[in-house]
Ligand binder design. Structure first.
Ligand SMILES: Cc1cc2nc3c(=O)[nH]c(=O)nc-3n(C[C@H](O)[C@H](O)[C@H](O)COP(=O)(O)OP(=O)(O)OC[C@H]3O[C@@H](n4cnc5c(N)ncnc54)[C@H](O)[C@@H]3O)c2cc1C
Length: 260
């Protein structure tokens, strides 16, 4: 095999390239990534990136020098938009990149409460740019609403508390962390961390077994007039059946209700 294309320049994509070279692949290796950054580690995005003023470069999984040493043809800020498996080509912009071997490492993306994403003060957390935007809003005294009390939502809550924000959490299930840990253990973790210096997974106000209706253009028009007042009381909340969350309420979405 002489040409391998890897789509998705994150953990799986860069590790694929490193291991291909380590195992003796000497052909053309192209790594295509939609984001503009070198491949980076995502777990700190909801932890040290929010609790400290960490430099994004500390998250990079490789340096530019390592990319050069590995002889990777790195296309950053480029989205693969098409795949022709007969001609063995990936489309990137106007370009068709031929492959003999293809690795699709496109990972996951955040589900949004609305297809209308232009409203200021609403974020999901998946990328480095998302984390930087959220961090800039975590100022002491701000009120924030977090939809989803899984690990990521809970970690954002913890970081927001650490930075002196007032936090409201809306969760579709009957307990925080319920999908990963179950109801009993979810509460145990919250209680344990509330009693320690970790102050993790904490909020001033909880709405459990509660879903948020997908945002509609009319909500957004209202909120756009006064984006600073988009608090939980202005979101359409409704109880979930037997604590089972709607798809929308499973996403982690952060609303900044008050900006300073
Ligand atoms: C905030 C946060 C905290 C996390 N914390 C933890 C943790 O504590 N512990 C843990 O084990 N895991 C954690 N995870 C999960 C972990 O980060 C993921 O499992 C890991 O990132 C998966 O890597 P991946 O390379 O498969 O996919 P991803 O990291 O999702 O990367 C996929 C890449 O493909 C790119 N891409 C997608 N489509 C295209 C396209 N068409 N063209 C070009 N590029 C494209 C995307 O832009 C993205 O950069 C966390 C994730 C997040 C978001």
């Amino acid at each position: 095999m002489k040409e391998i294309v890897v789509v998705g320049a994150s953990l799986a994509g860069i590790r694929s390239c490193q291991n291909l070279r380590r195992n003796g692949f000497e052909g053309t290796l192209t790594l295509i990534g939609e984001e503009k950054y070198l491949p980076y580690d995502r777990p700190p995005l909801s932890k040290s990136m929010l609790t400290t003023d960490q430099n994004p470069q500390e998250l990079f999984l490789v340096s530019e020098a390592e990319v050069r040493d590995l002889e990777i043809n790195l296309l950053l800020g480029e989205r693969a938009t098409g795949l022709n498996t007969v001609k063995q080509e990936v489309t990137v912009g106007e370009e068709k990149i031929h492959y003999e071997g293809l690795v699709i490492a496109t990972g996951a993306s955040a589900r949004k409460l609305s297809k209308f994403t232009e409203l200021d003060g609403i974020h999901t957390l998946r990328t480095l740019d998302d984390a930087l935007a959220i961090r800039s809003g975590l100022t002491s005294g701000s009120s924030i609403v977090i939809v989803g009390a899984g690990f990521i939502g809970s970690e954002i809550a913890s970081a927001a508390r650490t930075r002196g924000c007032k936090v409201t959490i809306i969760e579709g299930g009957a307990a925080p962390l319920i999908r990963g840990l179950g109801e009993k253990t979810g509460w145990l973790v919250v209680r344990y961390t509330n009693d320690t210096a970790l102050n993790c997974y904490s909020a001033h106000r909880w709405h459990l077994s509660t879903a948020v209706a997908p945002l509609k253009r009319s909500n957004l028009a209202m909120a756009r007039k006064s984006p600073l007042r988009c608090s939980s009381s202005e979101l359409a909340l409704h109880p979930t059946l037997n604590g089972s969350a709607t798809q929308a309420s499973l996403s982690t979405t952060v609303f900044f209700a008050t900006r300073h």
